[in-house]
Design a protein around this ligand. Sequence first.
Ligand code: CO8
Length: 316
Amino acid sequence: MGVVAPGFPEFVANPRRNAGFSPGNISSRSCRWIHSTRFVRSSVAPSIGARDPEASYETITAEVVESKSVGLLMLNRPQVLNALSEVCMREVVAALKGFDALPEVGAIVISGKGKAFAAGVDIKELKNKTMVDSFVNPVLDQWNQVSRIRKPLIAAVNGYALGGGCELAMMCDIILVGEKAVFGQPEIKIGTIPGMGGTQRLIREVGKSRAMEMILTGERFMDAKEACQRGLASRVIEGTNEELVAEAVAMAKNISGMSRPAVIMAKAAVNAAYESHLEEGVKREQAFFGATFGLEDRSEGMAAFFEKRKPNFQNK
Ligand code: CO8
């Protein structure tokens, strides 16, 4: 069972209790949630458990929209440009895991309220951390769990995506940007370096020279247009924040209409290019491709093509 910090609600992972776990159960709030008061006596930070995605939160809002097919998560600390505090990290990870566990949800959108996506990890909290903390109690490592969400994550970025905010966006699978989007890794200016995958992901997105320039100067931020030109983001959505989020939700709804297992396999296969060498990645892709031939959805999709009708995917 995943163990969480004192007072933090956790979905009871006991298989017998969860025998009736289903989306219906979650949305009717009849599933079992507890307030755990246990500690792990270990140096490893406890993993964050899934949480009813529509529970109330302190630092984010989370809801299922578009007939429950899309999870929508908004970072909600606009007064500090959505700085990513520890509470925020726990809430983001728990809500994403909750969306991941809901069978009706096919894709997830992450965005920020106000004029930023996120201006980084909360420096007020970071300034009290010690080197010992980063080894003995690496709480912030839990951000990595975002990259383990199996369903597609779409970041809708307008305004600042700096430091951990840029890294959170890069953990997503697709980035859509508003005209005011600004990406940067300014950690060097406060005497540290990116710690949520920024040094690894940015170089893959924008090449070594531009990544080094951003990371070593902490300046030379990237605007929406350049982010798209370099492939960090897919496209610019003109208009308001609401229009940007609406476009991201529409894309998520579209993806949600595809065969769920095929989508999850496609995401895993594409991500293999990130995580492994080409040969290994191609092998993984071939394995997933072969696996789609075991899907009823694959037969249905191909039959529908020849019958000139919309496929009726059953997610099997
Ligand atoms: N943390 C805490 N508070 C912040 C942060 C932040 N990252 N960013 C902004 N704020 C607060 C400001 O303190 C200010 O609060 P107040 O009104 O109480 O003074 C409020 O947000 C508004 O900010 P500004 O007045 O500064 O707004 P401006 O429009 O003038 O400037 C900037 C906007 C340029 C974005 C500026 O706020 C800024 O430079 N912010 C810090 C950016 C930064 O350095 N980010 C990197 C943080 S470190 C990080 O992310 C490390 C990631 C690795 C983690 C490793 C985990 C394992």
